[in-house]
Write a protein that binds this ligand. Sequence first.
Ligand SMILES: [Mg+2]
Length: 161
Amino acid sequence: MKPLNENKIVYIDMDHVLCDYNAGYKAHQEKYPDLKYPQSQPGLYQSLSPMPSAIETYAWLDNHPHFSVYILTSPSIKNPHCYSEKRIWVEQYLGFEAVNQLIITPHKNLNKGHYLIDDNVKGKGQDQFEGELIHFGSERFPDWESVRKYFSERYPVVDDL
Ligand SMILES: [Mg+2]
């Protein structure tokens, strides 16, 4: 068991960060070509593929001795299915234990923590988050490899000999 109070709390967003929303939306649009909002139909959120290296890097952060990792995602409030589908996705790709780390909220700023990895810098409280915003998809953090490199340089793990 990690000493929780000493750990840095890292929040990770889902859409466009853990989950490939764009590809899933496109596929859903092809399935419902006549709908203006195909994302309102059940099935989209749980059908999303993981972003490249997302699962591996989640596991790396989760196993890292300095971090406590949580998933911090905003719901599509007009789509009640998305709440349960996000929960299903997390278990499917990250395992049942990760469901315990899942926080669904439209107000990300209310969660205490040190880091928020998110593709949006505002809209759901990201701009008022008390910690550091890791802007996923930006020039500085274009992908999961760059995020991992950033954390591994800042928090090197010294092996016990
Ligand atoms: Mg997002």
